[in-house]
Write a protein that binds this ligand. Structure first.
Ligand code: CP
Length: 308
């Protein structure tokens, strides 16, 4: 069975195939073309142990656009609240014979563990600070459609890299596609060993943004910071918030991206989030196409059998 647990598990041909499939799915995902039937008769369960707007809604829409029967497990009203474990919950759902489980969990590695226990394909919709592969794919698709390529572009990822599964998946994917990846963050919000992930690290926005083709802002994840370092919002915005003055260091046609949800006035000024260089809404649009492509690809790969 084919899963999508992280960008780390994908070959370069897999990445290109997924992006090409997603590009081809855009007109269907936007409802401009006829609905597809690739997942007709398939059952997709979305199991989100953490809050989500974009990812859960777009997986649901993607499944429906492909003709699947889609069920959203309401974890808040489930037996998880009575103490049922992740694995017992997954095994219970597995007994109902789904074809695809889409899972978000607060613990890194939880989705991979679950994938070992169930008999269906599993998609990682975000596990702790580990990976969020479909977000990285939709970000790369947004860049490729706007710029015509990803290779050799300078992409600067700014902010709370330490807690960001989006940053981790993006670093892996953008490097695989040949981009020059930079990160800008305060030292307290950088994971150790980040230099070994093929990125250039900057401490000041003005330096990291200089000549950038793409500026990718990250949400300051204060809910994951326990006491040790919670920066003041005003100070954080002053040094690491994207405003017009800092953005002026990037190329004049640089794209501004944010995976959402945004903290306006914390990591990004409203005038930039809503400004002419922002492609934040386009990222959301690409989300449905990417999730359609991922699920169709998993089912096609499974159908092709283990010898593929
Ligand atoms: N980008 C992202 O994962 O957003 P949600 O948390 O709303 O799904």
């Amino acid at each position: 069975r084919r899963h999508l647990l992280g960008i780390a598990g994908l070959s370069l041909p897999d990445i290109h195939e997924l992006m090409d499939r997603a590009d081809a799915a855009v007109s269907v995902s936007l409802g401009l073309d006829k609905k597809k039937t690739a997942l007709r008769g398939r059952t997709q369960i979305n199991l989100f142990f953490e809050a989500s707007t974009r990812t859960q809604a777009s997986f649901e829409l993607a499944g429906k656009r492909l003709g699947a029967d889609v069920m959203n497990m309401s974890v808040a009203n489930s037996s998880v609240k009575k103490g049922e474990t992740l694995i017992d919950t997954a095994m219970t759902l597995n007994a109902m014979r789904p074809d695809i489980l889409v899972v978000r969990h607060h613990a890194a590695g939880a989705v991979a563990l679950l994938a070992q226990k169930v008999a269906c394909s599993v998609v990682n919709a975000g596990d702790g600070a580990h990976e969020h592969p479909t977000q990285a794919l939709l970000d790369a698709l947004t860049i490729r459609r706007r710029k015509g390529r990803v290779a050799r572009l300078v992409v600067t990822i700014c902010g709370d890299v330490l807690h960001s599964r989006v940053a981790r998946s993006n670093i892996l994917l953008l490097n695989a596609l040949g981009a020059e990846v930079r990160v800008v963050a305060p030292s307290t919000l950088l994971p150790s060993g980040i230099e070994n992930m093929g990125v250039r690290v900057f401490r000041h926005m003005e330096d990291g943004l200089s000549g950038a083709d793409v500026v990718m802002m990250l949400r300051l994840q204060r809910e994951r910071m326990q006491g040790s370092f919670v920066p003041s919002v005003r100070e954080y915005f002053r040094f690491f918030g994207l405003d017009a003055q800092k953005l002026a260091r990037a190329k004049t046609d640089a794209l501004v991206m944010h995976p959402g949800p945004m903290n306006r006035g914390v990591e990004i000024a409203s005038e930039i989030a809503d400004g002419p260089q922002s492609v934040i809404e386009e990222q959301v649009e690409m989300g449905v196409a990417v999730r359609m492509a991922v699920m169709e690809w998993m089912m096609d790969t499974n159908a092709a059998g283990p010898g593929r």
